[in-house]
Write a protein that binds this ligand. Structure first.
Ligand code: TXA
Ligand code: MG
Length: 321
């Protein structure tokens, strides 16, 4: 079988039956490619750490960039993020639509910390396309979905692009024809007082400024912009000093294991040495160890292959402090 025919096999037209199949696959932790009005997304249940880790594994990204979480309607948003009057105003004006808002996670936010790459914020979007809404309603879980392309490739605007790129790595590709907007959503950060455009997209800066009635900073351009897109200068790092490739434990340190448990370990990313499981546990375990008041966190060696390079990238940044 050529890779093309293998890839073709899992792109299916959207019907009541395929939507309900895809919804069940999402709920049970599988990857589902879904059409939105902007581009096709590579979706996973955002409440499920392992499902979210599978997105990073499939995309082949060497880093954990935070992901956009898709919700069926505006009423779901306050379950997960703090909606101040400014966010409310923007949401009412542009949702459903091609706009993602970076907001502060609520204290009780049940979304996997991996969708936020460990940060205190989360990007949320209520897509406008009928097909995306139908799937989100059927799935009844929030869906984390980056653009469904391999790292470094163009965002896909047709189901066939996704099927060609991912083949069997995705359980099902729902085909609803070409995306209407064909350009990713605008990403607006409202997690700080200064509203900041992190990525230009389907909704224009002028439209946002008009509704906010205040200037919007552009990340990477304006000195007063707190963050830059892509580079994401703000990374999650524990307060506790961290040491990688630790072969021993020093006094007062917590040991974060990987693979066969060693004596005195405080947590283990994956006792079986599974990198997807390790990614799923990474931020949750770092947060927990950080809160425990150890003098340091010693992390056992993690191989550089597959998701290991993204895990090590994050640990390296944490090690630098
Ligand atoms: O149109 C879209 O937005 C598509 C469809 C599928 O919805 N999704 C998409 O996702 O383009 P992705 O992962 O390719 O891009 C997400 C962007 C990245 O630039 C990421 O850094 C930013 O959103 N982002 C996500 N969460 C963030 C956060 N908590 N803080 C800052 N930036 C965030
Ligand atoms: Mg992308």
């Amino acid at each position: 079988m050529t890779s093309k025919t293998r890839a073709m096999a899992n792109a299916v037209p959207m019907t009541n039956v395929t939507i309900s199949d895809a919804a069940e696959l999402l709920r049970t932790g599988h990857l589902v490619a879904l059409p939105t009005e902007t581009v096709y997304g590579l979706g996973a249940n955002a409440l499920d750490d392992t499902a979210v880790a599978k997105i990073y594994a499939a995309k082949n990204r060497p880093q954990f960039n935070p992901l956009i979480v898709h919700l069926p309607d505006i009423f779901e948003v306050s379950k997960y993020a703090v909606m101040d009057p400014r966010a409310q105003q923007i949401a009412e004006a542009f949702w459903p639509g091609p706009l993602s808002l970076v907001l502060t996670r609520t204290d009780t936010c049940a979304l996997s910390p991996l969708v936020s790459a460990g940060l205190e914020t989360v990007a949320l979007r209520v897509p406008a396309s009928e097909s995306a809404s139908r799937l989100l309603r059927a799935a009844d879980v929030p869906v984390a979905a980056p653009s469904a392309n391999k790292s470094g490739m163009l965002s896909p605007t047709e189901a066939q692009h996704v099927a060609d790129a991912f083949g069997d790595e995705v359980a099902i590709v729902l085909d609803d024809g070409p995306c209407a907007v064909g350009l990713e959503s605008t990403v607006l950060d409202l997690s700080t007082d200064q509203a900041t455009l992190l990525r230009a997209g389907g909704i224009s800066l002028e439209d946002l400024t008009e509704v906010l009635d205040k200037p919007v900073a552009i990340a990477g351009h304006d000195d007063f912009a707190p963050k830059s897109p892509g580079m994401l200068s703000r990374h999650y790092a524990p307060q506790t000093p961290l040491r990688m490739n630790a072969e021993n434990r020093e006094d007062g340190e917590a040991v974060l294991g990987f693979g066969s448990p060693v004596t005195g370990e405080h947590a283990n990313l994956s006792p079986t040495g599974d990198l997807v499981e390790a990614a799923a546990n990474l931020f949750r375990m770092l947060h927990a160890l950080d809160a425990d008041g150890h003098s340091g966190i010693a992390v056992r060696p993690i191989p550089e292959d597959g998701l290991g390079s993204a895990i090590n990238d994050r640990l390296r940044r944490a090690e630098l402090g």
